[in-house]
Write a protein that binds this ligand. Sequence first.
Ligand SMILES: [Zn+2]
Length: 431
Amino acid sequence: MSMKSAALACAVLLAGANVRAETIYLTAARMVDPVAGKVVADPAVVITDDRVTAVGAAASLPVPDRARRIDLAGRTILPGLIDMHTHITSRADMHGYRALSVSVPAESISGVANAAKTLQAGFTTLRNVGAPGFADVALRDSINSGETVGPRLFVSGPLIGATGGHCDENLLPESYHAVGDGVADGPDAVRRMVRRNHKYGADLIKLCATGGVLSKGDSVGAQQMTYEEMKAAVDEAHMLGLKVAAHAHGVAGINDAIRAGVDTIEHASLADEESMRLAKARGAVFDMDIYNDDFILSEGPKMGMLPESIAKERAIGRQQRETFRRAVKAGVTMTFGTDAGVYPHGDNARQFAKMVEWGMTPMQAIQAATSTAAHVLGPLGDNLGAIAPGKYADIIAVDGDPTSDVSRLEHVDFVMKAGMVYRQDGKPVAR
Ligand SMILES: [Zn+2]
């Protein structure tokens, strides 16, 4: 190596992250271990390329030769956070009729900016559950190739649902012939739509089992896909190795979705005792977005949300939080999903405090966004959700201890994804 290139390499390493160091030795004041459900003092983590290779007490884990040192003194490290319900290409200020002016290419561009913000907030993996025109597939591939910066994405592509349902385009009169790009009626058509989404790169399938808050002209609790339609979707998706998420607020839609074999129930607002019994028996997981009620009610009208959407949220938001509390008590497996995109990207961690307010311990809320989320992802999550040998080096840090004050997670100080540092000392690392 010439003097000039050695100096350049050194400068790049000092800058922090442009070049992947071979080995990093990372220390901190504490580590949250969500798998064991405990906090460990004075941990050390050895990272080699994109993986964790050793974890132990700093006093007993030797520093490998030529390792780069990162000391997060006074900070708590934990696995990179996972948000299981995002709309990464959507903008929080483009609801209702404003959304009609947004093209698929424009969504893709917004997705690039939204992904960068979400990574800076400590979310190193997202499950994206709905994007038009496979914009989320394009964004996932762009991030994976290193072209753009963002969390690791697992994506559904277009939402699959009924004509006139939550996932159709209902804002315009019939003469415009506007149809959502995942609309399908009847088991065969739904099955074909699952095959199409798989063909164009979806990692999972998202169904719209019931009406929704932000869709025009439907009833938020009413079932919109039949059991037979959902069964066809689930059979096809599982045959292809894909998990299925179902948007479902009302109890009939929730229970039919679980009976059909859906893996995660999104929203689960009006779930009853039978829903919870079924979920536990069938291994279905609740993914409840209990932060965004605050945003919809206070900011929604300014963001273009229709008056009927605000009314629907007013009718259902509080009930959803009460259902959340009952589901925690009942022992339903719960993961962390926020519906980011309805509210601004990067505020995802605001949901942690709500989850604690409505019945979880801080550790349970952290597990929902780390070890449990990784488990719910199935094989896609095999190397995620823990700081442990063999896992991706997805590590974040906050000041203080988030297991005593979970709102600490709203101020992430350090972000590493797959061994690369993207945020340090509370500031983005330039790439
Ligand atoms: Zn959603």
